[in-house]
Design a binder for this molecule. Structure first.
Ligand code: AQP
Length: 360
């Protein structure tokens, strides 16, 4: 079958996982349980690309991401967290976004496919921009379009994310579909007989805890940008800090209920039981069978022990890796070189499909 310009791209989609984490500092238990644990598991069944999305990080004001030195430090720290958590950068691809220029190139084409009305509905922009939307960067507004390009430049089929990213994933699907519709004839003309060039990426919102909440307010998600460090457990926290944060975590005066429905109106208690369940692999019902009716302090002591046991080895491995920036930079460099091979094929075919003239 003649397929000018599509190189080795196959018409059938290869099952491929892509996901990213921003190097904005304070990598926390929510990022770990909502995303990274799942990244590790998917390595057994899929080809995976895990990206430190540094171009996304700079969409926030510079005071938020900390400036050039901090960005580089945080990029290495997220990479270290990936490796320390069990991602194998030899078998899979670990890299930082800015080293693969095709992300930005495809994002431009997608800017011309996505509609302003679609972006106006994105709740994360509204949350992050706050009241003064006029002062937000154009990049923050455009964030979900770049995210669609991150995924689709690898024609990735599965995207493990926390629940907060669900709306962005839906936008990626809309962009893929509109591109396929807008360029249907050209796509067929380039040998994709079914008219499908980009897949509809599927969100995998299936981590052990898809929405970990703040330790200070059970109605707000645990977040890197929360001003209170006590609201989150950072992956780099030492045992004493973890113990202090869990002991200080907001609870209510009631003892833990014996049944799960007793957690429904108690967001802080529900969150702590959820964290325990996710880290231990036990169900909430099982935990309430053990701790229900008892004092919160006993439950919290056991949770401290569990958190320290699970997180300390990751923290110490991260520390070791961060102290060796040469190794971490080499991982990112090698990963980017391998990512670029896939991205370049997609981009060449995309340019041909759109009608951009290029000489090969
Ligand atoms: N609280 C959370 N519970 C479960 N999953 C979460 N994720 C983030 N927070 C939670 C998931 O972690 C992955 C990486 O997130 P990110 O760094 O790319 O961006 P984010 O979602 O904006 O993370 P934060 O921590 O909430 O940062 P800020 O404070 O900047 O908004 C994603 O898969 C995300 O779903």
């Amino acid at each position: 079958m003649g397929r000018p310009g599509t190189g080795k791209l196959t018409m059938a989609f290869v099952e491929r996982v892509f996901s990213g984490v921003q190097p904005t500092g304070n990598l926390h238990l929510g990022n770990y349980l909502g995303a990274i644990v799942n990244f590790v598991k998917l390595q057994e069944t899929h080809n995976c690309l895990y990206c430190v999305v540094d171009m996304h990080a700079i969409t926030q004001p510079v005071e938020v991401w900390g400036g050039p030195a901090e960005l580089a430090r945080n990029t290495r720290e997220v990479t270290a967290a990936f490796i320390a958590a069990g991602i194998d950068p030899k078998k899979h691809i670990v890299f930082n976004q800015s080293q693969v220029l095709e992300h930005a190139e495809l994002a431009w084409i997608f800017n011309c496919v996505a509609r302003i009305g679609w972006l106006n509905r994105m709740t994360q922009f509204k949350d992050k921009a706050g009241k003064d939307r006029e002062a937000a960067s154009v990049g923050l507004y455009d964030y979900p379009v770049l995210m669609a390009a991150d995924i689709l430049v690898y024609r990735a089929t599965h995207v493990p994310v926390g629940e907060d990213q669900k709306q962005h994933l839906e936008l990626s699907r809309d962009i893929a579909q509109k591109f396929n519709n807008d360029f249907a004839e050209s796509i067929r003309g380039h040998g994709f007989d079914d008219g499908l060039f980009f897949p509809q990426p599927e969100p995998l919102i299936t981590g052990p805890a898809t929405r970990v909440m703040s330790l200070r307010d059970g109605t707000k998600k645990m977040s890197k940008s929360d001003a209170s460090d006590n609201s989150r457990i950072n992956l780099t926290d030492d045992a004493d800090t973890i113990a202090q944060k869990i002991r200080k975590a907001k609870t209510d005066p009631e003892p833990l209920p014996s049944e799960e429905k007793g957690l429904e109106t108690r967001p802080e208690a529900d969150n702590l039981v959820g964290i325990y369940a996710a880290l231990s692999g036990r169900t909430k019902a099982d935990l309430l069978g053990e701790f229900g009716g008892g004092q919160f302090s006993a439950f919290k002591n056991s949770l401290v022990e569990l958190c320290v046991t699970k997180l300390s080895p990751i923290a110490s491995e991260m520390k070791r890796l961060v102290a060796d920036p040469g190794y971490v930079d080499q991982v990112l460099f090698d990963g980017a070189a391998r990512a670029r091979v896939i991205a370049a094929e997609t981009m060449q075919a995309t340019r041909d499909i759109v009608g951009f003239v290029s000489k090969r």
